[in-house]
Design a protein around this ligand. Structure first.
Ligand SMILES: [Fe+2]
Length: 457
């Protein structure tokens, strides 16, 4: 009797919604998940959106825009490519279009939809076809509590006071890449920003899943969601690609794709040729697993052995990474060579979501942070990259410049400008279970880290 009562109560809870289930973000007849990307190496804009399965046609209407609402009279219509999606109970149609006949450095307004069901008009400025200054945001792993807690970071980053040209997402955008609800949260968090500011996204391990044969595969949501350049190696298109933006080459390298098949991966050869045949002044790589780890107990030695020599040979300037859920920045610059010429890139690992790990306090790090959600605002001009990292509360946490002139590259560390002390202690959930031996081990590492830093100055 008691058991059947319990079952009945459980059933009624489920039916009346008292047991919390994940919020669903199912498609409707109206466009949603509208996102701008770069559709090719020349940074032509692309747009993607989704509807439910009943909508079989997608149109992009676009016009040069100014403050006069009559801009709509000059709109042109383009038919978008359709990609049906039917996985795990979600049926949708994804639509995408590479807008490759727009004028450079020009404000356009566009909307997407069909018949009577349209998005609002968005506006965006096309990239210049010349070397010109620009700014972008870089986010480490968003991954968890996207609606609840990552939303604050992406919104603060965009309210920081500078309009950026695009945003980089360095992998683990969501926690379970096949889970449509989590992508729903990712789109909820950034909302209309994605329709106005293009994204460069690279996948992380959490965008991968294991299929029935235990092979790791990229989520089937990746390619329909992001209309990325198709210039990557076969089998990895739209997760491995490059974009040339106003004097800087941006490369998305798929580390999880590499780990899935290290022996046969075409990525190293592809990367070598994309770095060797590069006429841009600056080169920035984004990838998920880091060359140097900021997370304690983590190290990707094989990845480092493979990529570091290539990055140094071809003078990569910045490597923007994630995965470790702790902040680390360093240049692998030998002690005593600060504020001098450097050959290798500056490596950064960052985290924008709320999941936090213990810091490695590794030798390579010049600045670290545990338990801080961060975003990075990076300005690129012909001679200078200015990098600044801010906490989600908007305080400057780290800063440096790279200046490239006459075939020399100068690194200038401005971390002293930070408004905050280095936050090096383990996240609270670690501290709560720390025993004496853990504290001793941590304090020894902290002492070594501080000694190295005082030597550097
Ligand atoms: Fe990861």
């Amino acid at each position: 009797m008691r058991i059947s009562k319990t079952i009945a109560l459980l059933l009624s809870c489920i039916l009346t919604g008292y047991i919390a289930t994940a919020q669903e973000f199912l498609p409707t007849e109206y466009p949603d998940r509208i996102i701008l990307t770069f559709g090719d190496a020349d940074a032509n804009l692309a747009v993607t959106w989704r509807t439910d399965g009943s909508v079989s046609e997608g149109i992009v209407e676009i016009a040069k825009a100014d403050g006069n609402p009559d801009f709509v009279r000059d709109k042109k219509s383009y038919k978008a490519k359709i990609t049906p999606y039917d996985e795990a109970g979600v049926k949708a149609n994804y639509f995408s279009l590479v807008m490759d006949d727009l004028e450079p450095n020009t404000l356009y307004a566009y909307r997407v939809g069909s018949e009577e069901r349209w998005s609002e008009w968005f506006q965006t400025t096309t990239p210049s076809d010349e070397v010109a200054p620009f700014s972008f945001l870089y986010f480490g792993d968003a991954q968890n509590d996207l609606k609840s807690m990552w939303s604050r970071t992406i919104r603060q980053a965009n309210l920081h006071g500078k309009k950026v040209n695009f945003m980089i997402h360095a992998g683990d955008l969501v926690n379970r890449g096949v889970n449509d609800n989590e992508w729903g949260e990712w789109f909820y968090a950034g909302g209309w920003l994605y329709g106005m500011i293009p994204s460069i996204a690279t996948p992380g391990n959490h965008e991968y899943y294991k299929d029935e044969n235990d092979n790791r595969k990229l989520t089937p949501l990746w390619q329909p969601t992001f209309e990325n350049p198709m210039n990557g190696p076969k089998g990895l298109k739209e997760s491995v690609y490059f974009v040339d933006y106003q004097g800087c080459r941006f490369i998305s390298f798929n580390t999880q794709g590499l780990f899935a098949d290290p022996e046969n991966s075409p990525q190293p050869k592809w990367l070598d040729s994309v770095l060797a045949n590069n006429d841009q002044k600056w080169t920035i790589v984004t990838m998920h697993h880091p060359v140097y780890s900021s997370g304690y107990g983590r190290d990707n030695e094989e990845l480092r052995n493979l990529l570091k020599p290539m990055f140094e040979k071809y003078d990569v300037d910045l490597v923007l990474q994630g995965h470790d859920h702790a902040y680390g920045r360093g240049g692998n610059v030998p002690v005593g060579l600060k504020n001098r010429n450097i050959d290798g890139p500056v490596y950064v690992v960052s985290v924008s979501g709320p999941k936090m790990y213990n810091l490695s306090l590794g030798d390579w790090m010049d600045r670290g942070a545990a338990s801080r959600q961060l975003y990075q605002l990076i300005d690129v001009s012909a001679d200078t990259i200015h990098y600044a990292s801010y906490t989600t509360s908007g305080e400057l946490y780290d800063e440096f410049e790279l200046i490239k002139r006459d075939h020399q590259k100068l690194f200038i560390d401005h971390a002293a400008n930070a408004e905050l002390e280095e936050a090096l202690y383990p996240p609270m959930r670690y501290q709560e279970r720390f025993e004496d031996k853990d504290w001793k081990e941590f304090n020894d590492r902290l002492k070594e880290y501080k000694a190295k830093k005082s030597q550097d100055q």
